[in-house]
Design a protein around this ligand. Sequence first.
Ligand SMILES: Cc1ncc(COP(=O)(O)O)c(C=O)c1O
Length: 369
Amino acid sequence: MRVYLDHAATSPLRPEVLNAYTEALQLVGNPSAIHSGGQSSRAILEGARERLAKVAHCDRNEVIFTSGGTESNNLAIKGLFAERAGNLIITTAAEHHAVLDAVEYLETQGAEVHWLKLNRDGQIEMDELSKVLEERSAETALIALMWVNNETGIVTPIHEVTALAAKYGVPVHSDAVAAFGHMPTNFAESGLATMALTGHKLGGPVGTGALIVSRATKVVPLLHGGGQERGFRAGTMDAAGALALAVAAETPQPDYTGLEALAVKLITPLGNLTRGASQGIPNILNFTFEGCPGDSLLFLLDQAEIEVSNGSACTAGVARASHVLLAMGFSEAEASSALRVSFGPQTTAEDVKALAEALPKVVATARKI
Ligand SMILES: Cc1ncc(COP(=O)(O)O)c(C=O)c1O
């Protein structure tokens, strides 16, 4: 049996989701159509919106269904930027590429970016944010900070950020893809303008997701067409996908703290945990293994039937150092030796033990490569 410890990359469909999804997929009718089939699809879609809103603690009208995290982040960042007068974007270099690349694209279109520094704990310094807002709030279009980092599991104190930003009237977008469903993400209390989430990290289908857009916020759409989703996201609405996303969001995740403690106990003698125990969500752990190329670790573990990842982008088969760890001040060598272990509802203590048993040999072999 292969051991799958890569749920932060994608997590298998949960049985509840599969049942609801396959049933809804058999419905015929565009949710915008007047006939009965269309109205049945509309009822499923709006029911899903209501259910997702309840989990996200937002108003149903604030839910904009999208194709996932990448689209939601792009819509928020490009859409807020186009809507606002300023041309400064405040963010960090540890964001997911769905944010980084959108921001870097906007740089080619005249945006200026203030990259907030991160400390070794992966946290921004509030003083730096405060200073840049004090000096440049009139020029600031938006702040984009992820709620949970998908490589390290580190949690950003979003409420502190939004409280500060509110003093200057600057909207805050958060990529909550790794947070939503895994920790409390109460949108109404968050002070956020927009929040991105996706289905497939929760046991929902790939290709489902949402951007929560507060009532007070407007974004210029990326897609123009039929005016669906408050005019923010044109395209025939995917009622079955919306339902599957809502069911995945409603299905609670298990408590992963026991697995986290076990993994920390068994793996830290072999590698270094890249965050403090209290700084992250329990389902994502990241270790560095001195002197081991990350891609060799992955390859050797895969041969031992264990599937993990290092979270770093792998372009055309060339493994690169983790941009997240580099942004936190880790050396190139450390950032190239990372391994991300992430849990899902199917993960057992045996899976964690299998990884810990395979690692000494894998690490020793990788060091020789
Ligand atoms: C933090 C984060 N943001 C955005 C995304 C992109 O989401 P999607 O795969 O749904 O486009 C991911 C997926 O890896 C992610 O981990």
